[in-house]
Design a protein around this ligand. Structure first.
Ligand code: HEM
Ligand SMILES: *[C@@H]1O[C@H](CO)[C@@H](O)[C@H](O)[C@H]1NC(C)=O
Ligand SMILES: *[C@@H]1O[C@H](CO)[C@@H](O)[C@H](O)[C@H]1NC(C)=O
Length: 334
């Protein structure tokens, strides 16, 4: 072997090593991980743009904050947090499924997307906009702020039939637990996340079974505090208008606090699924750790722990790196 040839080989070896390193780095990126500040170089104003839109929308529509929070939950539980709930341009979009009734905030997400496309085209995913908007909604409602991991990519699937993973308001506790477990969420996280029902409203539609036909004999859920039942029944009349909306937290519906957990303990939870969290010894213990009588001495604080459960929920089934796409319009695949 002549010298030039040897030189070439070494050089190739170096090139090979360099290629390997590059390839590894590239793979590291394409394998993908969510991280705080994913857009710090590519779209540094993303968070303030989303926040401004959420704030303005909340000023004109008091329902906006709870709707945006719920939207993130519904996005994450079907096909992962990938913006699939936003899709309109297919025959049977996910958003049409029964359990998604009452969802809103779509126009606001689209509005944020349009602003972001103008500022940094093709960079920010719709799934990340939804995650950021949920955090902003919590803060605007008086909850604690937290850092949102970004770097999600938008999914390419949205189908009504996939929505079966959604927890249902009339699910028993074992079903609620397993639907959360299947997404990698513990009993503690089930309780914390359900604590989101400290803001927002429900349509009477979701109340009829609980108030008038709980076990099929025209009865109410026995776990409803008897002092509270008449008020619920007056707000949602039997055979009344199912579209009437009532507060999920009768005491402090506007404020993001621990009252929804107190309601469960007190029998004054509004949704049946909230009440079910007191039917299981583990979820009951978690609730009592936040609002039980020992809490003032040593227990954890709901509002402090809630963000970590949101971060965990925001990681469900995410697509990163080269998976999925960055949609140009949130309501349609590219
Ligand atoms: C345990 C499983 C859950 C069930 C069965 C459930 C069910 C419901 C139902 C039936 C409504 C009323 C919807 C309407 O009439 O528009 C509602 C509202 C809401 N849910 Fe949940 N939910 C669950 C978990 C969660 C989670 C994990 C979050 C967020 C972290 C969340 C956030 C909200 C919010 C903020 C509202 C109020 C929406 C509004 O005011 O428009 N929920 N939920
Ligand atoms: C009450 O529930 C039973 C059993 O689920 C059902 O067969 C019946 O149709 C319900 N009644 C009303 C008025 O919805
Ligand atoms: C418990 O329920 C009763 C009856 O509705 C209500 O008057 C009271 O304010 C509730 N207490 C708490 C701590 O939620």
């Amino acid at each position: 072997m002549g010298l030039p040839a040897l030189n070439m080989l070494i050089c190739n070896g170096k090139v090979f090593l360099l290629a390997l390193i590059l390839c590894y780095l590239q793979f590291g990126v394409s394998e993908g991980q969510l991280k705080v500040g994913f857009y710090s170089q590519t779209c540094p104003n993303v968070e303030s743009i989303v926040k401004t839109i959420v704030r303005d929308a909340t000023l004109t529509n008091p329902r906006m904050a709870p709707m945006l929070l719920r939207l993130h939950f519904h996005d994450c539980f079907v096909e992962g947090c990938d913006g699939s709930i936003l899709i309109d341009n297919v025959e049977d979009p996910e958003k049409r499924a029964f359990g998604h009734q009452g969802l809103g905030g779509f126009a606001e997400i689209e509005n944020a997307k349009a602003k972001l496309e103008a500022e940094c085209p093709g960079v920010v995913s719709c799934a990340d906009i939804v995650a950021l908007a949920a955090r902003d909604a919590i803060v605007l409602s008086g909850g604690l702020s937290y850092q949102v991991e970004t770097g999600r990519r938008d999914g390419r699937v949205s189908s009504e039939s996939l929505a079966a993973d959604m927890p249902d308001v009339n699910d028993p506790i074992q079903t609620l637990k397993s639907k959360f477990m299947n997404k990698g969420l513990s009993e503690k996280e089930l309780v914390l996340l359900t604590g989101a029902h400290t803001i927002g409203t429900t349509a009477c539609f979701f109340m009829s079974k609980r108030l008038y036909n709980f076990t099929g004999i025209n009865d109410a859920d026995p776990e409803i505090n008897p002092d509270f039942l008449p008020s619920l029944r007056t707000q949602c009349l039997i055979n009344g208008n199912v579209n009437i909306r009532i507060p999920l937290d009768a005491l402090s519906n506007e404020k993001f606090d621990d009252q929804s957990l107190r309601n469960i303990k007190n029998g004054t939870a509004v949704l049946a699924s909230d009440a079910r969290l007191y039917d299981d010894s583990i979820t009951k213990q978690v609730i009592d750790s936040y609002v039980g009588f020992l809490r003032p001495v040593s227990g954890p604080l709901f509002v402090q722990d809630f963000p970590m459960a949101m971060v965990k929920m925001g990681r469900i089934g995410v697509k990163t790196g080269l998976e999925g796409e960055i949609r140009r319009i949130c309501s349609s695949f590219n």
